[in-house]
Design a binder for this molecule. Structure first.
Ligand SMILES: CC(C)(COP(=O)(O)OP(=O)(O)OC[C@H]1O[C@@H](n2cnc3c(N)ncnc32)[C@H](O)[C@@H]1OP(=O)(O)O)[C@@H](O)C(=O)NCCC(=O)NCCS
Length: 163
């Protein structure tokens, strides 16, 4: 993917209720849901999505931030417990891909979430996400496979660790 790296200003802020319909649209995108593969990707029902997000935002074990790019809501980044370890995940609306936004948003988030080691998982063919993690100094520490809802089948993933 050709990038015009570091275009525009990236910042994180607290999630606001008005962000949720945008996040809902982002995760409905079939290509994005395929990339992300696991988790709650591709939730079709707004009621279920907003209930899940409302619970997550009230969950003390999670930290979530809205990613702003040039004053626009570009996506979100969050930390949560995954298989007993603290982990990170992120999602951008497709129109925001390829501008270096995820790399800068994750780097900023790593100053908010300081627990180490910190883990991430990505489907082995999610080249963009693996690159974002590598640029933020995550290293591959294992492999796993599981049922990926968005793909309707078993998918191999890498486990990555920072610190
Ligand atoms: C994965 C995702 C977050 C990448 O966001 P992004 O802002 O486009 O990433 P960046 O612009 O910071 O790119 C970082 C690097 O990855 C590369 N990259 C990004 N997307 C890529 C793709 N689809 N294929 C190949 N390389 C890609 C960029 O070229 C850049 O590499 P470089 O610095 O060597 O030039 C975004 O595509 C997304 O939200 N996808 C859907 C949800 C998802 O997969 N979340 C992660 C779940 S593990």
């Amino acid at each position: 993917m050709g990038t015009n790296e570091n275009q525009g200003a990236v910042m994180l802020r607290a999630v606001m209720a008005d962000d949720l319909p945008l996040f809902f649209e982002h995760q409905l995108d079939p290509e994005a849901a395929w990339m992300a593969a696991f988790g709650a990707a591709g939730m079709r029902d707004w009621g279920e999505f907003s209930a899940r997000w409302t619970r997550a935002l009230n969950d003390d074990t999670r930290i979530t931030r809205t990613i702003m790019w040039n004053g626009e809501v570009a996506g979100n980044v969050s930390s949560f417990m995954l298989f007993g370890d603290p982990a990170v995940g992120y999602w951008l609306g497709r129109e925001y891909w390829g501008k270096g936004i995820a790399t800068r948003a994750l780097a900023a988030f790593l100053e908010v979430v300081t627990v180490r080691p910190l883990y991430a998982r990505a489907a082995q063919d999610n080249i963009g996400s693996l690159r974002v993690l590598a640029k933020c100094r995550f290293v591959i520490c294992g492999e796993d496979k599981g049922f990926a809802t968005a793909r309707g089948g078993e998918t191999e993933e890498y486990v990555l660790r920072l610190g």
